[in-house]
Design a protein around this ligand. Structure first.
Ligand code: BES
Ligand code: MN
Ligand code: ZN
Length: 495
């Protein structure tokens, strides 16, 4: 899909379909009002007659307009004018995109992208157009024997704005479409089944990205190098699997970047059975999503490469499969991490922290100015925050603030939770420096506290995305989060 910014008036623009936003009082927003005037108040009459209420997300296609340069108008309900917000704006875009994708149109003009929206300037209004349309057009990589679903006709989406806002609108569409492409890559990788998306598969995908973009470089460490580096914690997780582990280093070097890199460390458990501490069977298939942290690093780096952003980003992805077997790590086993600290593995299902701790230690060699790890780390995080916010823990208030703000700007939000020594005490072990689990209480926090022991002296933040990375139920699948958050965070640090 292509996104274009044009200056001019939507009412004078020739298109297959003009998308008009209408509030529940029947008033068309933004340049929609002028279009209704051109249509001799047809929209006002339709709403007065009750055929369209303007309820948020409602859609009505008016084919064969007869008047004006647009062949059709797609009405989209914006809800109450008083409750109009960035959230309703994004919801209306999603409904508009879904309806447009079903219609026989190849070009649409979004005529409510110029509507005044709280906390949302022309840049973000345009960016969300590109993000939401790309999100709606996304199709899961089909592994079905039956013939493929018909591809939608929609090819171009345009935003017509005033000349004064043209620059911001153009930038918004450019960034939004790059974020959309990055998030689609994240969703593709995460949606693949565990028997396809193995650590080796992820390593090949990284090599492929490096071939596609000259600004991206890739290095893959195998078991031998890991052993030499002393990554006993990472290696203990993969001991029961027939799939070899990979440590993938994916580096984006933007031209003109002078500052030290930002490191993104993504949990890449391509399937998490729990190991010897085997999980319950119900919903275990969803543990194929346990590499979404890794996939979000792929997505963020892809976005940076598409934007040619002047920044250095090092992606570090420990990729493993967590399986039970005769060679698997057992509860009570003690392993030595790359940092030298020893860990008693009381629960083999707390494997994410065991691979991340060695990857975090490894990240030090890149002298990163900031390190962010991204992981579907705990079920406790889902209990605490649900599906709307990722959890954020950090040993540095500056890093925490920049991630919180990036989450607000991108509408891909996170919520800060504490890191404190009291919690760390729960990780006590009778036999090693500490254990890998600390009981049920504050599970998301104690998991972060474990990682904290490996990030002393680093400016570090942890994002637990267990609740936000994918949805369950009928619409099961990866969401592409937190790619928009990571990209906003990185774009704020250019140079
Ligand atoms: N991958 C899981 C966390 C998870 C659970 C993500 C549910 C998404 C949905 C992680 O490896 C795990 O198993 N964590 C355990 C930790 C516990 C053993 C301390 C958990 O959350 O139960
Ligand atoms: Mn687990
Ligand atoms: Zn896991």
């Amino acid at each position: 899909m292509e996104f274009k910014a044009e200056s001019g008036a939507a009412r004078r623009t020739r298109t297959d379909c003009v998308v008009i936003g209408v509030h529940d009082d029947g008033v068309a927003a933004g340049s929609g009002a002028a279009i209704d005037a051109l249509l001799s108040a047809r929209i006002a009459r339709i709403t007065a007659a009750g055929d369209f209420t303007g309820r948020l997300g409602e859609t009505l296609m008016l084919p064969d307009l007869g008047k004006g340069p647009a062949a059709r108008a797609l009405l989209v309900g914006l809800g109450g004018a008083k409750t109009w917000s960035r959230r309703s704006y994004r919801k209306a875009l999603t409904s508009a995109a879904n309806a447009a994708l079903k219609a026989p149109v190849s070009d649409v003009v979004v005529a409510f992208a110029d509507a005044e929206t709280p906390d949302t300037d022309a840049y973000y209004r345009a960016r969300f157009v590109a993000e939401q349309f790309t999100h709606a057009a996304y199709r899961v990589p089909a592994i079905r024997s039956a013939k493929k679903a018909k591809a939608p006709q929609l090819k171009t989406v345009r935003v017509i704005g005033s000349a004064a806002e043209l620059g911001d609108t153009r930038r918004g569409l450019r960034d939004g479409s790059a974020i959309g492409a990055g998030a689609s890559l994240t969703r593709d990788l995460a949606n693949l089944p565990g028997n396809v998306c193995t650590p080796t598969y992820l390593a090949r995908e990284a090599e492929r990205m490096a071939r596609e973009h000259s600004s991206v470089h890739c290095k893959v460490l195998g078991e031998r190098e890991m052993r030499r580096l002393g990554m006993g914690s990472l290696m203990s997780v993969t001991a029961g699997s027939a799939q070899p582990p990979k440590l993938i280093v994916l580096e984006y070097r933007g031209r003109g970047a002078k500052a030290d890199p930002i490191a993104l460390v993504g949990k890449g458990v391509t399937f998490d059975t729990g190991g010897i501490s085997l999980k319950d069977p119900g919903g275990m298939d969803e543990m194929k999503f346990d590499m979404t942290g890794a996939a979000s690093v792929f997505g963020a780096i892809k976005t940076m490469a598409l934007l040619n952003a002047p920044i250095r980003v090092v992606g570090i992805i420990p990729a493993v499969e967590n399986m039970p077997s005769g060679t698997a790590t057992k509860p009570g086993d003690i392993v030595t991490s790359m940092s030298g600290q020893t860990i008693e593995v009381l629960n083999t299902d707390a494997e994410g922290r065991l691979i991340l701790c060695d990857a975090l230690t490894y990240s030090r060699r890149f002298k990163p100015r900031e390190v962010v790890d991204i992981a579907t780390l705990t079920g406790a995080c889902v209990i605490a925050l649900g599906a709307h916010n990722s959890a954020l823990m950090s040993n540095d208030d500056g890093v925490a603030e920049s991630l919180l703000a990036a989450g607000q700007r991108s509408s891909d939000t996170c919520w800060r939770m504490p890191l404190a020594e009291e919690y760390q005490e729960q990780l006590k072990s009778n036999f090693a420096d500490f254990a890998n689990v600390a009981g049920r209480d504050g599970g998301a926090i104690t998991a972060a506290c474990f990682l904290w022991k490996f990030t002393v002296g680093l400016k570090w933040a942890h994002l637990d995305i267990a609740g936000t990375a994918y949805v369950t139920g009928a619409a099961k699948g990866a969401t592409g989060r937190p790619v928009p958050l990571l990209v906003d965070y990185l774009l704020a640090k250019l140079g």
